[in-house]
Design a protein around this ligand. Structure first.
Ligand SMILES: [Zn+2]
Length: 136
């Protein structure tokens, strides 16, 4: 029930966006600081919010991709090692392509759902579904 309702809502939103190009999704810019052997992304949970994803999911992705450990402290991500902001920016784009944007219509209005053992990315705008990597 809820899913259908959300899908309908998503369709409505997508139509509004189509007629309003200025409503385009803007990629979040990471606010990165390096302290010795630690790298802090200060706006990490805001970025996850912008993607409408769980902060822990985004953290898991970064831990795997950067092959380092990380923790969340007061909405900031703290990673071990010296990581450049350009690498973090690139990885954010990879995350968005893999876990946020619909491959069919290009909209970011998607959500992750569990179907059996698979993680599915489901698009509110066009209804497309595709299987995504399970980071667990
Ligand atoms: Zn779509």
């Amino acid at each position: 029930m809820t899913d259908d309702y959300e899908r309908l809502l998503g369709r409505g939103l997508a139509k509004i966006k189509d007629s309003n190009p200025s409503g385009r999704f803007e990629m979040p810019v990471p606010d990165v600081e390096t302290h010795g052997q630690r790298t802090i992304v200060r706006n990490f949970s805001q970025i996850a919010d912008k993607f409408r994803r769980d902060t822990q999911h985004l953290l898991k992705f970064f831990q795997k991709e950067l092959a380092t450990s990380g923790t969340i402290e007061n909405g900031q991500a703290v990673f071990l090692g010296n990581i450049t902001s350009s690498l973090i920016t690139r990885k954010l784009a990879d995350y968005a392509n893999e876990f946020v944007f619909c491959k069919e219509c290009g909209q970011p209005d998607t959500k992750m759902v569990q179907e059996g053992k698979s993680e599915i990315l489901s698009c509110w705008a066009c209804g497309a579904k595709r299987q995504i990597r399970n980071l667990k």
